[in-house]
Design a protein around this ligand. Structure first.
Ligand code: PDD
Length: 278
């Protein structure tokens, strides 16, 4: 596939960065994953706005204006063979020939875009629903930033995979935060519930779309703190993300969620999302 690295478009196999890049040494970077449907990036402005806020919190000047980002995204999308893509975009604080935690005096950020074929959940997985395990959310206190420092998320995702499951649902101090790489919603008595945005979770772009679709379609919904017990006894639990869209979780820690099948509200939301995304 064709990627972009620091001013050049080139085959992914030929792209190289310095081992002194701070992304490599420190995980000192920001990223986005943007779904592309029929060659059109979905919610691009929102993804670029979230990138800008991650960069601002990192005190890393945004290397490109929004229009430049949009042009680069378009170029990478156009130069790759798939109609539906998962566009990956990363900015790190660049390379410095001395390893030093403090920022280099002159920062030349590394900018990288690549694309893969978008693989959304298969029909079989959507019909059976996904399986999840739970774990304590031991990440740091800035989970609202989309940084490449993802060791905790990787460990937490592997925890699910080790048990043959798809996702890990995280609880902090008895409250639901999110999944290792997804936002989590629950349904109780026909009401869609979402945890409030805070420093403890990523402000998901799909999360916003889901709440917008609930609002325009008159689905009862509330944003409120959700207790661990409320998740375990929910009628439905879902994960959402740019690549998984809306996916029901039908087993949690080996026990069925609700009836153990994707519930009607998740199926409705999935249908609304499919109609909306193109
Ligand atoms: N992850 N929470 C976490 C920790 C995530 O990593 C993600 C997405 C989400 C959902 O955000 P969005 O709806 O904007 O995709 C929530 C991406 C897909 C990834 O790391 O691959």
């Amino acid at each position: 596939s064709l990627c972009y690295l620091n001013g050049r478009y080139l085959p992914l196999e030929d792209a190289q960065v310095s081992p002194m890049d701070r992304g490599f040494l420190f995980g000192d970077g920001a990223y986005e994953v943007i779904p592309v449907y029929s060659r059109r990036p979905f919610r691009l402005d929102e993804h670029l706005a979230r990138l800008a806020s991650t960069l601002a919190a990192m005190r890393l000047p945004n290397p490109h204006a929004e229009q430049e980002w949009a042009a680069m995204v378009r170029e990478v999308v156009d130069r790759n063979p798939w109609d539906d893509q998962s566009l990956y975009l990363q900015v790190t604080r660049g390379a410095d020939m001395r390893r030093n935690h403090a920022f280099p005096e002159v920062v030349r950020p590394s900018v990288f875009l690549m694309s893969e074929a978008l693989v959304t959940p298969s029909r079989e997985l959507r019909e059976s629903g996904a399986s999840a395990v739970s774990a304590a959310d031991f990440r740091w206190l800035r989970c609202d930033l989309k940084t490449t420092s993802l060791l905790a998320n990787c460990l937490l995702r592997q925890h699910a995979v080790d048990q043959g499951c798809h996702e890990t649902v995280l609880f902090r101090d008895g409250f639901l935060t999110e999944g290792s790489a997804s936002s989590i919603f629950i349904v109780r008595d026909g009401v869609l519930l979402a945890p409030p945005k805070s420093h403890l979770m990523l402000p998901g772009i799909t999360y916003d779309v889901v709440l917008e679709l609930a609002a325009v379609n008159g689905l009862p919904h509330r944003v409120q703190e959700i207790l661990e017990d409320e998740v375990r006894s929910a009628d439905e639990v879902w994960m959402t993300s740019s690549t998984r869209e809306v996916l029901a979780i039908t087993r949690l820690d080996g026990r069925p969620v609700g009836e153990g099948r994707p519930g009607p509200v998740s199926e409705q939301m999935h249908a609304w999302y499919q109609a909306f995304k193109t």
